[in-house]
Design a protein around this ligand. Structure first.
Ligand code: AMP
Ligand code: MG
Length: 284
């Protein structure tokens, strides 16, 4: 199945998240059944990332957004399971620091965008400024409503500069969220993930859905598409995100960089060095 076609948000169609089943799994019966495909995409992503790094003329930005416990951290672990730490990084967007809050809302995002050759994942992002900020009325509507166009311009600027942008909304059901909250409570190793605001934020689910539906439609563009990823099944979420990333990277036409040296000359030097080494070994 082509998950890019399946899950892309159309900028002209109304988006109703309630109509997208968060428990679907693309025809795969189980994690085990999907594993070979997951491995294939993770392997391909790793190869393409190595080429991206070697070439250093384009970059990739992956934006992850979701309600609590939908699996953003899990996707980060999954995506990077095959990639080389050199040339990759993750940035988690928390409540803005004093310095960040003193600037325009895109300032902190812009500083973290990937340089040429790099892959960067935003765990939350500049989209919080039309999501949590809207839901909690941290700025008036007259301010946040202008941000969609600003975001589109910002992402256009990055694209023009050689950055491919992919944006994922991890879609879970309220029941699945509650189940994961329970696991966080029951498992001491996960207690640290519990946040004071988990349950009050959960109460605001409908307001978040409304904010997401508007944001996703208004900012899903040809150059920076949004995908709604059914995320109740962690393995399916991993499969869909890695397929979409791998196939997008295929389109980037990444090739090995040109050789910068005279190979014949270097070959001669190598043989001379090998002969000299052999001579030394013979003496020793
Ligand atoms: P977590 O992702 O669990 O580490 O939580 C990060 C928190 O920071 C979430 O509650 C976000 O809603 C919040 N946050 C991120 N960006 C902003 C922002 N621009 N304004 C206010 N809160 C934010
Ligand atoms: Mg949290």
């Amino acid at each position: 199945m082509d998950y890019r076609k399946e899950f892309v948000v159309h900028p002209t169609k109304k988006l109703k998240l309630a109509r997208i089943d968060p428990a679907q799994s693309g025809g795969h019966a189980s994690n085990e059944a999907a594993q070979p495909e997951i491995t294939k995409y993770v392997t391909r992503m790793a190869e393409l990332q190595a080429l991206l790094y070697a070439n250093a003329d384009q970059s990739l930005l992956v934006v992850l957004q979701a309600l609590d416990a939908a699996g953003k951290d899990g996707v980060v672990r999954h995506l990077f399971s095959g990639m080389n730490p050199q040339g990759t990084s993750v940035f988690g967007f928390k409540q803005p620091s004093a310095a960040e809050a003193a600037h325009d809302f895109l300032w902190r995002a812009h500083q973290r965008t990937p340089g040429k050759g790099e892959v960067v994942v935003f765990n939350r992002s500049h989209y919080e400024d039309v999501l949590v900020v809207r839901v909690h009325e941290l700025v008036p509507e007259s301010v946040w409503s202008k941000r969609y166009a600003l975001i589109n311009d910002f992402e256009k600027l990055l694209t023009e500069n050689g950055t491919r942008i992919l944006k994922f909304f991890l879609h879970i059901s309220p029941e699945e969220q509650l189940e994961r909250f329970k696991q966080r409570l029951d498992d001491p190793a996960r207690n640290w993930k519990i946040s004071e605001s988990d349950y009050s934020e959960r109460e605001l689910w409908p307001q978040y859905v409304e904010a997401y539906e508007e944001a996703l439609v208004k900012t899903s563009t040809a150059h920076a598409p949004w995908y709604v990823i059914p995320a109740n099944h962690k393995w399916f979420r991993n499969l869909a995100t890695s397929q979409i990333i791998a196939e997008t990277m295929e389109e980037m036409k990444l090739k090995l960089p040109p050789t910068r040296v005279d190979l014949e000359d270097v070959r001669r030097k190598y043989h001379a060095a090998a002969a000299a080494q052999e001579k030394r070994n013979g003496k020793g």
